[in-house]
Design a protein around this ligand. Structure first.
Ligand SMILES: *Cc1c(COP(=O)(O)O)cnc(C)c1O
Length: 387
């Protein structure tokens, strides 16, 4: 054999029985078949064998299987990010002429997709009050094909009455999809509460270190799985095995991280609630959060992200100056990692509510809470007092 041919021979030459505790990182687009008769290119690789890297590698399918097991789902798809997960759900349930309901507290880019790409494709999108509960019944039409829930909502943190919405949807045969990112798929039991699809931005708590982007879409039953599969295949939602490997590692430390983040975050939230510059703290575990009773009833814990509203003696500019004075908190989007973050969303679209650029969203990290409080205290002290 010519040395050039030797270089390209894919046959393994070392032992294959290495039993590491870590999931191997399998790279590959092409999959080699035993013979022409066994060539197939189906997306259902778990069932029919591997066909092509686009539909998953042993690394990404291992991550999918672990998310399925964790969430008590029937099956899961791993996709390039939380936003891709949202797109997959829309593409699976909606077609021209469909009607979709989205809470106004939904993740911004979700609403942007609904009111952008989807409307352009002839899908009717209606934004609803996240606290509507059983009242969602009156918004369901003949052509309603999907109701989104996100609980708590992004930035304004409204905790939804998901069981009431599910009940109303089931009476009319409408699917309910939940963005369960806040609960990391574990602090709110989506399938126990009856949703059809639960998605997560794995980017947040499963990754946990602000160094990867991935999403998951978990489905309740075989019929949903069969419906999603071809859409997933056609959209070509490839993921990197390296990202999946990091997410698999993240899963192992999820309980310790969530436990510490909950304690630290509550300490900071309670402290902020007493500060004279602060009007309201929007943290699901505090009674001041809209829908707090739903959190108490349905969740087993709280996470690291919450918001607070500065009193109206503080101008928009002063709110920004406050953020810029923070030293330990970094200014940035996203959450669920080990660093504390702060950000103001100046253009929040919440019907009937104007936060005047004074709503600050925090992500608490793994720094010592006493240092985080000292950082907030020093930055808040720079805001001039009322009158
Ligand atoms: C971040 C986030 C997403 C999007 O996740 P990416 O991985 O950044 O695409 C979706 N939903 C919620 C609630 C999020 O916070």
């Amino acid at each position: 054999m010519d040395w050039r041919t030797k270089l390209l021979d894919p046959t393994p030459r070392s032992r294959r029985d290495y039993r590491s505790l870590a999931t191997p990182v399998y790279r590959g687009s092409t999959v080699v078949f035993d013979n022409q008769e066994s060539v197939q290119d189906g997306w259902q690789q778990e069932k029919h064998g591997y066909s092509y890297g686009l539909y998953g590698t042993p690394t990404s399918l291992e991550l999918a299987a672990r998310i399925t097991h964790l969430e008590g789902a029937h099956n899961s798809f791993i996709v390039p990010g939380g936003q891709a997960a949202i797109a997959l759900v829309y593409m699976a349930y909606c077609r021209a002429g469909s009607h979709a309901l989205v809470p106004f507290s939904a993740y911004g880019p979700n609403k942007e997709m609904a009111e952008g790409i989807l409307r352009n494709f002839g899908i009717e999108v209606e934004v609803y009050d996240p606290l509507i509960g059983a009242g969602i019944s009156s918004l369901i039409r003949e052509n309603t094909s999907l109701i989104w829930c996100e609980s708590p909502g992004s930035v304004t943190m409204e905790v939804q009455d998901v069981p009431a919405i599910v009940l109303a949807a089931q009476e009319r045969g409408v699917a309910v999809a939940l963005d369960n990112t806040y609960a990391a798929g574990v602090m709110f039991d989506a399938f126990y509460h009856g949703v059809d699809v639960s998605i997560q931005a794995l980017t947040k708590y499963i990754g946990g270190h602000s160094d990867l982007l991935l999403g998951s879409v978990s489905v309740r039953d075989e019929s949903a799985f069969e419906m999603f599969g071809p859409v997933y295949r056609q959209l070509g939602l490839a993921v990197s095995p390296d990202e999946c490997s990091l997410a698999l590692r993240g899963l192992q430390t999820l309980p310790v991280r969530l436990g510490q983040l909950e304690t630290s975050t509550l300490e900071v939230a309670y402290w902020l609630a007493e500060n004279p510059h602060i009007a309201t703290v929007y943290h699901p575990a505090l009674p001041s959060c809209p829908g707090h009773a739903h959190w108490k009833r349905d969740f087993t814990g709280s996470a690291s992200v919450f918001s607070f509203l500065l009193k109206d003696h503080c101008s928009t500019q002063q709110a920004q100056d406050f953020l810029n004075r923070l030293q330990i908190f970094k200014i940035g989007l996203s959450w669920g990692g080990v660093n504390s973050l702060a950000v103001v969303y100046p253009d929040l679209d919440r019907p009937g509510q104007d936060f005047g650029g004074r709503l600050v969203r925090l992500n608490i990290g793994l720094e010592a809470p006493s240092d985080l409080i000292a950082d907030l205290e020093a930055a808040l002290a720079g805001i001039p007092s009322a009158g």
